[in-house]
Design a protein around this ligand. Structure first.
Ligand code: FEO
Ligand code: CA
Ligand code: CA
Ligand code: CA
Length: 599
């Protein structure tokens, strides 16, 4: 193995774990424990989790399901912290010991699910800096955001005809946030969260060009919420616009549990994976965001107004007004790209690019579309602009040390198929199963620039079986196999950390967390730090290498199982024939996990 280098925080990479194994693995010398699990009570009056006896009211006071984006904010003394987490969706078939026995029970479960999605804010504590955390039941800042939480729409769509409904004729208030996938933490201490696969929650007429472009259709939804809440049935006039009220970047202030979270329409409406912010040299803030759909796009927002240090109230208005762009990539070896993913003759997958304007200076840059139309039907505006069709942009994150922007393209199995876009230098593989990572350098390293250069940091894969796998020239035989990059994070040394989603069905190993060097001779060196339990996706991650602590949100462990036929027993691994301790169950529970050095 290749020993990790990264200041004090070094580790020996773990071996990849076969996808049939249900275990959570960390490097030698490290240990792990859950901080909080699905169902753990976060309010003083919320009940302990009881797998066999759940209720909507209990779930509303407990940690939600399928933890995704995670942040851990620390107070200066290191003894108190705040955990903020997205709950993207639910897995009904593994959340109960048996299938619902009656229509009434099925309806009650749907109410549980509506309280299991959204977000959580939970206080943390410990005796001293560097130790693992415990969560505080009843912490003053603890909060659950569910389908019933009020949000305020901001920006050009607020109050517009595109977002008015029977329940909200003014078009300014939305209840709930849906499909919250990745996110970001702003320099002013708020949390951004991306509304990703919102379309699946709505039944619509499904006939308009716009509906089809957003995957909205006229069939019963998987969740079935339209059966008790009319706003999820958008076929009639009353709630025709309800789906237009989802698909945004939302912002919450975790330090104020009574604040109304915002949905910022200026960043456009699409399947936002998340958004990450950097302050440009001129003080404007720039947010990068990907649309996670095959052949969809990469976007950038530039605020009109400037960041003011120590003025949170002002900074919380910055995402309400500004310019929106979409990326167009040009390769410099186009003739050599054949979809096989082989490195071009000039030695690199690289080229130049432009940020094509969608909205600039408060005016639409798209002929035939108003500003409001561009922001509510952003995908159609980007189609008209001529943006580059990408291989599913997941996290898009600028390095705050170098300003370079990293784009995780998770995979695109349809690239190059008949009738689909062919491979190009920025998405160079046909039927791209393993995904790749793009590195963007803005012109003059100015985050507000309208042009950039780019290259591919890596083409993912298992180098032992896949000769196309490419790691910026780092010897492929020395890296950990990696597939389907999803979430990104940085450590204090400037290394990129990548978590994966979908590796088991591609390279046969459980998903994991990987550290990647970006500079010098360590550039492209992929080292696996953690491996997830069976069927689980690696989310989060949060890297506090200054304290030798790493955090991951373990999402959907045992997802491929069913009632009474669990494929995972994470995180408590309570074996058949033993008595679970209070709070433990013989079923998987999505959990936020901390990884720390053994004492
Ligand atoms: Fe919810 Fe794009 O992953
Ligand atoms: Ca090239
Ligand atoms: Ca994701
Ligand atoms: Ca994903």
């Amino acid at each position: 193995g290749n020993n990790g280098k990264g200041g004090k925080f070094a580790f020996t990479p773990i071996a990849p774990v076969d996808a049939s194994v249900d275990a959570f693995n960390v490097p030698e010398g490290f240990d792990w424990s859950p901080i909080i699990r699905w169902g753990d009570p976060i309010f003083a009056d919320a009940p302990d989790f009881n797998f066999a006896q759940q209720s909507p009211a209990a779930q509303a006071g407990q940690f939600g399901y399928n933890n995704d984006y995670t942040e851990i904010l620390r107070q200066p003394n290191g003894k108190k912290g705040l955990l903020i987490c997205n709950h993207e969706y639910v897995n009904p078939q593994i959340m109960f010991p048996a299938a619902a026995a009656s229509p009434a029970e099925a309806a009650e479960r749907r109410a549980i699910f509506r309280n299991a999605v959204g977000m959580s804010v939970v206080e943390l504590e410990r005796d001293k800096k560097g130790q693992p955390w415990s969560y505080i039941r009843g912490g003053k800042l603890n909060r659950r955001i569910t389908v019933d939480t009020e949000f305020e729409l901001t920006g050009p769509l607020a109050g517009s005809d595109f977002v008015k409904t029977l329940a909200d004729p003014a078009g300014t208030k939305v209840f709930g946030t849906l499909g919250n996938c990745a996110g970001g933490t702003t320099p002013w201490g708020t949390i951004l969260s991306g509304e990703e696969n919102f379309n699946g929650f709505f039944r619509t007429n499904g006939t308009s060009v716009e509906d089809r472009r957003y995957g909205l259709g006229n069939s019963a939804t998987g969740m079935g919420w339209e059966q008790e809440d009319p706003r999820f049935d958008a076929r009639g006039e009353d709630y025709r616009n309800e789906p237009n009220r989802f698909g945004y970047i939302v912002e919450i202030d975790p330090e104020n549990p009574n604040s109304t979270p915002k949905k910022h329409t200026s960043l456009g409406r699409f399947k936002h994976e998340g958004a990450n912010v950097i302050i440009a040299d001129n003080g404007k803030v720039v947010a990068y965001s990907g649309d996670d759909e095959r052949f969809d796009y990469l976007y950038k927002f530039v605020s009109k107004n400037k960041y003011k240090k120590n003025n949170k109230a002002h900074n919380m208005t910055l995402l309400q007004e500004g310019d929106l762009y979409v990326a167009q990539f040009a390769g410099n070896s186009a003739a050599e790209i054949d979809g096989s993913g082989s490195v071009p003759a000039d030695g690199a997958f690289d080229g130049s690019g432009s940020w094509l304007p969608l909205v600039v200076g408060g005016k639409s840059a798209i002929a035939g579309m108003s500003v409001q139309e561009v922001l509510v039907y952003t995908r159609l505006a980007a189609d008209k602009a001529g943006a580059t069709k990408m291989d599913r942009c997941e996290d898009v994150q600028p390095s705050l040390q170098t300003g370079k922007v990293y784009v995780a393209c998770t995979n695109n199995t349809k690239r190059g198929l008949p009738g689909q876009a062919a491979a190009d230098e920025s998405n160079p593989r046909s039927e791209n199963r393993d995904g790749h990572v793009v590195e963007i350098t803005e012109k003059r390293n100015d985050a507000t620039a309208t042009s950039f250069s780019w290259n591919l940091l890596m083409l993912c894969g298992d180098p032992a079986k896949n000769t196309e796998a490419y790691f910026s020239g780092f010897p492929a035989s020395q890296v950990s196999p990696i597939s389907c990059p999803d979430n990104l994070a940085f450590d204090t040394q400037g290394n990129l950390w990548i978590s994966t989603d979908g590796a088991p069905s591609v390279i046969g190993y459980n998903d994991g967390l990987f550290k990647v060097g970006l500079e010098g001779k360590n550039r492209g060196n992929v080292q696996q730090f953690a491996s997830m339990p069976r069927d689980a996706e690696t989310c989060g991650p949060v890297i506090h290498d200054d304290e030798s602590l790493v955090f991951v949100a373990v999402q959907h462990p045992g997802e491929d199982g069913s009632y009474g036929a669990n494929t995972s027993f994470f995180p408590d691994y309570v074996a058949q024939g033993t008595t679970p301790a209070p709070g433990q169950v013989r079923a998987p529970r999505p959990s936020v996990v901390q990884i720390f050095p053994k004492s």
